[in-house]
Design a protein around this ligand. Structure first.
Ligand code: AMP
Ligand code: MG
Length: 336
């Protein structure tokens, strides 16, 4: 072995032995949910700080309760004037509208007025009158949203219109967390929307459990194993209120104005892109099993698993042959 190679080898050994990777986990309440970041890195503390700062930035940009957020500004100027936003938020809104288009409006980022009317998850949650619902739905047309690429401005042409990015925001935030630090092993769990970067510190794939919609929190019906994947679940059990024995949940269908009823208990999407996964989980929930699966089967690199109200598990066409994750059932539901 010549001296040069020996020297390079020696330096590499020194570098490896000097690198002290630590694993840190922290939970914070942001985006109205528990956000957990676990990171293994030489600068794990810095990575955590950067990651949480990224979530705070997303919250400050898209929150509907913060009046100064970019989304609130757009909503306050509905029917008045266009609002210029950052290129990032412009891109997020544009992506949301694209998802509305491919899901035929099942995912609807212009759903704000309907979300406010029902107030699900707030202390003013109530069952609205059908006339109110009919009127409010007229303000939820995502095709009315006007984007101007040249000025990054967004205009809601009717007074009372409002964007609500609650169905895509956690996925977007997860993506922003990963962009904020270069850690090769990280797990980001934003209220159940999960994104993993790389594999586990020992090199193996991450195991991510899918919540059993009929069991207590933390009980899984399926385990997904993979690296660099996002796993996002939408279900009616997340937020709801009950009146006269009927449960009204937070995933609304702007075609009817009511909580979506398609016989589904949960939808999980597995994809590389967490933002896409988040929006598609909401979309497929609203679309139902036939239409929803048709959409998923048209998209590359996106798989879905849904549980029907009868307890049957339905998987997308590429689920068995996909090459980016493996899976195993941990409950005895029939699978189609
Ligand atoms: P998720 O938990 O990702 O399914 O998103 C649910 C949240 O998205 C709700 O709390 C609303 O803020 C919003 N939302 C409800 N229904 C829809 C819909 N059909 N399209 C887009 N966003 C929705
Ligand atoms: Mg969603």
């Amino acid at each position: 072995m010549n001296k040069r190679i020996l020297w390079v080898l020696l330096c590499s050994v020194l570098l490896v032995s000097c690198s002290k990777q630590t694993t840190l986990t922290e939970n914070r309440i942001l985006l109205g949910t528990v956000c957990r970041i676990t990171v293994t890195d030489e600068n794990a503390q810095t990575a955590l700080e950067n990651g949480f700062r990224a979530i705070v930035d997303v919250e400050n940009a898209i929150s509907r309760t913060k009046l100064e957020s970019q989304i609130s500004q757009i909503n306050q100027q509905a029917g008045i004037s266009p609002v210029s936003v950052t290129p990032e938020i412009f891109h997020l809104i544009k992506t949301s509208l694209y998802l509305a288009q491919i899901s035929n409006g099942a995912f609807n980022p212009a759903i704000g007025p309907l979300v406010d009317l029902w107030g699900i998850g707030t202390e003013y949650a109530r069952l609205p009158e059908s006339e109110e619902i009919e009127e409010i739905c007229k303000l939820c047309n995502w095709r009315d949203v006007e984007l101007d690429e040249a000025t990054y401005s967004v205009f809601l042409p009717k007074v009372g219109m409002a964007l609500d990015l609650g169905g895509i925001g956690k996925g977007y935030a997860a993506e922003q967390v990963l962009e904020s630090f270069p850690a090769s092993h990280a797990l980001i769990n934003l209220g159940g929307d999960i994104l993993v970067s790389g594999g586990k510190p020992n090199g193996s794939a991450w195991s991510l459990g899918l919540q059993d919609p009929f069991a207590a929190q933390g009980v899984h019906f399926m385990i997904i194993e993979g690296k660099d994947i996002a796993v996002v679940t939408s279900g009616p059990y997340e937020r709801y209120f009950e009146q006269n024995g009927i449960r009204y949940h937070h995933i609304l269908d702007t075609a009817t104005g009511y909580p979506s009823e398609t016989g589904i208990s949960s939808v999980s999407i597995i994809a590389r892109d967490p933002m896409l996964a988040d929006a598609l989980a909401t979309a497929v929930y609203v679309m139902g099993k036939e239409q929803g699966m048709r959409l998923i089967n048209e998209l590359d690199g996106v798989e879905a698993v849904l549980v029907t109200q009868e307890g049957t598990v339905i998987v997308s066409a590429g689920f068995h042959t996909n090459n980016f994750f493996s899976w195993k059932m941990t409950a005895s539901y029939p699978i189609i």
